[in-house]
Design a binder for this molecule. Structure first.
Ligand code: NAP
Length: 243
């Protein structure tokens, strides 16, 4: 059995910790410390940044980590690169757990943008008036200066300032609730990150049903590393490594 560090912060990371602990591994999940009340999970937990590649490399060595799994969010733009570099420096096998992105289906009105910063201009181009920002607290800050639109923000913790109406909720979200939210607030346009996965995909089904346009922010670049889309595939790889 192996001593495994999971770079966490996603639903899959929590599921992976449970699977690896059940397989008998010694698991530590690392959280950035962004959310004050993270979900409980199997195994040990540490919180806070490592201090860049050098800090993560030192952590891997100091704690005799044998496998590093990067299960951070598809929109974590920095940590996946640090994971690859630190694992190479310390000689620890590593992989990325990355869920598949969403793809549009018939009836969707998707408007892709390459970055969150490009989304406000796309909203203006679409003449959006009532916008649901399903992008998380930190990303929502990009829209704080758009005084010409009304915003609804859904997040686990409230964003700074008073520029938007706020719904404090943690996923997963059901289709009926998503439809009710869109109708209650007369939403005409939604902004989402192309996170993929099932925990938050109901909002896309709801948008299709309600005729709401969706500005879809594409994912940031990912490092060239061994990548799995499912928790079970990572768990099998860890089993193979520890034999
Ligand atoms: P990021 O831009 O890739 O990382 C920024 C810095 O945060 C890293 O350099 C690292 O600091 C620290 N960090 C990130 N993930 C960490 C982890 N799991 N454990 C310890 N330190 C971590 O990441 P982010 O977008 O700020 O996301 C932070 C966390 O929130 C991640 O765990 C991610 O999975 C989760 N999350 C992000 C999003 C999103 O949309 N970005 C959505 C949901 C959840 P050091 O350099 O000091 O080590």
């Amino acid at each position: 059995m192996a001593r495994i560090l999971i770079l966490a912060g996603t639903t899959e990371a929590t599921e992976l910790a449970a699977a690896l602990v059940a397989d008998g591994h010694e698991v530590t999940s690392s959280l950035a410390g962004v959310t004050r009340s993270p979900s409980p999970r199997a195994g040990a937990v540490r919180r806070g940044g490592f201090g860049g590649v050098v800090g993560l490399d030192a952590y891997l060595r100091d704690h005799d980590i044998e496998v590093l799994v990067d299960a951070t969010h598809p929109f974590a733009a920095v940590m996946p690169f640090h994971a690859v570099d630190a694992a190479a420096a310390s000689g620890v096998p590593t992989c990325r757990l990355l869920r598949a992105p969403w793809t549009p289906v018939s009836g969707d009105a998707w408007h892709p943008v390459p970055t969150m910063e490009a989304a406000p201009d796309e909203l203006r181009r679409l003449d959006a008036r009532r916008v649901f920002l399903a992008v998380g607290r930190q990303s929502a800050a990009v829209f704080a200066e758009c005084a010409d639109m009304w915003f609804l923000v859904r997040a686990i913790e409230p964003p700074a300032g008073e520029w938007a109406e706020v719904v404090l909720q943690r996923g997963p979200f059901g289709l009926d609730d998503e439809i009710a939210l869109l109708r209650e607030h007369l939403v005409d346009t939604m902004v989402v990150k192309n996170s993929g996965g099932t925990a938050t995909s109901a909002k896309l089904d709801a948008a299709r049903r309600c005729g709401v346009r969706v500005v879809v922010v594409e994912r940031p670049p990912q490092p060239d590393t061994l990548t799995f889309e499912s928790v079970s595939a990572v768990a099998q790889w860890c089993q193979r490594l520890s034999k």
